[in-house]
Write a protein that binds this ligand. Structure first.
Ligand code: GLY
Length: 314
């Protein structure tokens, strides 16, 4: 069984000045996750490592670099799920944790619950000794400027997701034992209402992983993804015999037709097939499989990187 790692850096109209950094960021995160798999780590370890790398990169809307809500604060959502047991953990509306994906994993492993929100998530982080950071340190100067410029246009921003939003990171992996996992993390949509929770922390919407079918991480307009439970919808099509690419395309098309929502998804199967699909203008994605490192940004783009061996430490 050969291991596979796939990551995305968010589906939206990525502007030219962020394109190169977005592609570089997903490649590095995919290699980070794949090196965990190469060292014998589990799919769960790999998706956490990859998403942490994306959360630490200020070009993406997750952890450092998150967008601001209507009150000018960060509110972060994340989920992680283990396809072996269907165990999952999630946090929503946390504002002082640099790597919410790791807090989500702690919810999964150290509590009897699936989702902790806001103050409760912070109290839990404190109780397990997880480092907290002042929320302001997660905010970039560019985001402050963009927030000031757009703060009177919250409604338009929410309605024109493809043009304005800056959305979500995620990872899916299959390890050499055929176990799958997913993780998704986001700052959500700029100017969202205080307390708004999108799809990213919601099981079956922002992500789902089941060893019997595969793993999916979603990105895009959260309210639309929630309405069609996008991750589980994609897996249902796979369960019924569709290829990963067809299942993702059909489900995204359905979301577009039914609720006018745009987005993207990455998927892996326990046998090592994978897909990266989107209906927004762009989505930065990267995959590492037995054949090399793949990446893309524009529709139908599927490029292969020559320096793959050089980047991987093993
Ligand atoms: N997809 C991220 C969000 O809408 O919050």
């Amino acid at each position: 069984m050969s291991a596979v790692m796939v990551v995305h850096g968010g589906a939206w109209a990525i502007p030219h000045d962020l394109a190169e950094a977005s592609v570089d960021g997903v490649k590095v995160a995919a290699c980070e996750g794949f090196s965990v798999l190469q060292r014998g780590g589990s799919a769960l370890d790999a998706v956490e490592a990859a998403v942490r790398a994306l959360e630490d990169n200020t070009v993406f809307d997750a952890g450092h670099g998150a967008v601001l809500n209507a009150d000018g604060e960060v509110e972060l959502d994340a989920i992680i799920m283990d396809g072996r047991t269907l165990a999952s953990g999630a946090v929503s509306s946390v504002n002082n944790i640099a790597n919410p994906v790791s807090l989500a994993r702690a919810v999964m492993e150290k509590t009897a619950h699936v989702l902790l929100t806001s103050r409760g998530a912070n109290l839990f982080a404190e109780s397990i000794g997880m480092a907290t950071v002042p929320g302001d340190t997660l905010v970039t100067e560019n985001e402050r400027k963009a927030w000031r410029k757009n703060k009177n246009f919250a409604t338009e921003v929410m309605e024109d997701f493809n043009c304005q939003a800056h959305d979500t990171v995620g990872a899916v992996a299959v390890d050499s034992a055929g176990n799958v996992a997913c993780a998704t993390s986001t700052g959500g949509i700029r100017n969202k209402m205080v307390g708004r929770v999108g799809d990213s922390s919601i099981i079956g919407a922002g992500g789902y992983a089941d060893n019997l079918i595969g793993a999916v991480s979603c990105t895009g307009h959260g309210e639309s993804i929630l309405k069609v439970t996008l991750a589980r919808l994609i897996l249902s099509h796979i369960e019924q015999g569709k290829s990963l690419a067809d299942a993702s395309q059909l489900s995204l098309q359905y979301m577009g037709d039914r609720v006018r929502g745009a987005g993207g998804a990455i998927a892996v199967s326990p046998s090592g097939q994978w897909a990266a699909t989107f209906t927004t203008e762009r989505m930065a994605w990267s995959a590492v499989d037995h054949d090399g490192l793949w990446y893309g940004l524009d529709p139908n783009e599927r490029l292969k990187e020559q320096w793959y061996d050089h980047l991987l430490p093993l």
